[in-house]
Ligand binder design. Sequence first.
Ligand SMILES: *[C@@H]1O[C@H](CO)[C@@H](O)[C@H](O)[C@H]1NC(C)=O
Ligand SMILES: *[C@@H]1O[C@H](CO)[C@@H](O)[C@H](O)[C@H]1NC(C)=O
Ligand SMILES: *[C@@H]1O[C@H](CO)[C@@H](O)[C@H](O)[C@H]1NC(C)=O
Length: 335
Amino acid sequence: MPTLKSFAGVVLLMSMLWSLKFFYQQFDVPVRTLPYRGPLTVLIWDWPFHHVLNLSGDVCASLYHIQSCRLTGNRSLYSQADVVVFHHWELQEGMASLSSETKPPGQNWVWVTMESPTNTKALASWNQIFNWVMTYKQDSDIFIPYGELVPHLSASMEIPPKSGLVSWVISNYHQAQKRAKVYQELAKHLKVDVYGKASKKPLCPDCLLSTISRYKFYLAFENSVHQDYITEKLWRNALLAGTVPIVLGPPRANYEQFIPASSFIHVEDFGSMKELASFLRTMNSSCYQNFFNWRERYRVKLSTDWRERFCTICAQYSSLPQGKLYSDLESWFRT
Ligand SMILES: *[C@@H]1O[C@H](CO)[C@@H](O)[C@H](O)[C@H]1NC(C)=O
Ligand SMILES: *[C@@H]1O[C@H](CO)[C@@H](O)[C@H](O)[C@H]1NC(C)=O
Ligand SMILES: *[C@@H]1O[C@H](CO)[C@@H](O)[C@H](O)[C@H]1NC(C)=O
């Protein structure tokens, strides 16, 4: 009875396979493996502020050690692009050209801005369009802070020699801004040396840091107050220059998520600008030097090159959420 035996064998084998299937299902073993894909293509729909950067060669690999990432500004590659990035400032101008595009399957669209909600207009028209967001907000899909502290091993840097007390560089001065009011109040009690376009003392780009570094303190006052909106005013003008930031922006606790509590002064640390002024004037040198303790372990890394930000998309691509869509971009951004 060889046929019956082999028939029984086949039935046994099938039932084993069947139970194996349930066994694997129970543990939720992924059965789908993604096919091998070539490098990711990231299409930059418009260069931010129309400032075109050189993309020849493998820029992500050669500049930032990010492999398999092709950046392009060539819209002819639209249908092949895995990711298309849209910088908000240009979107405001070119809305029509975008709405005519249909999105190829699997392609993700990224909304990008480094500006704060106060300076971002016409957001309501961009609902149900973007899959990911790339901003200075920590809860962005791709988080791109203006700067960060990174560990370093070399000896701490010297504090630059000081000849002045407080400086401020300001190009857009508006009476209505909170920072203008705080400055006016502080200036009643203390001399603040003001530079920049809004003052009678504009600075050449190369003179900025060397000028600020001669002062003990710098007014790192943001143009508007929003969670995580901490800009180059802190990172470059104050921390990189080697002066102590007096910050106006989100609450102290938010700053402390980025930099050590002892590295800065917050305008809200004091009940009045008079108290702040007297604290600054009477500070002894050991207290002053303590503000620089972070330099023993960290250095400032500025983020300024848009290519680096765009290459980051490839580095994070595999962990970015699939099938996400921002149905209310404005409320996400404004909270
Ligand atoms: C762009 O970068 C490539 C590779 O680094 C370089 O050879 C080329 O000269 C650059 N082009 C311009 C216009 O700067
Ligand atoms: C853009 O890509 C298309 C298609 O690959 C190509 O024919 C064209 O020369 C490219 N344009 C530029 C400016 O590189
Ligand atoms: C410097 O000021 C701090 C804080 O006011 C104080 O605790 C410290 O004793 C002072 N040090 C010297 C050497 O005067």
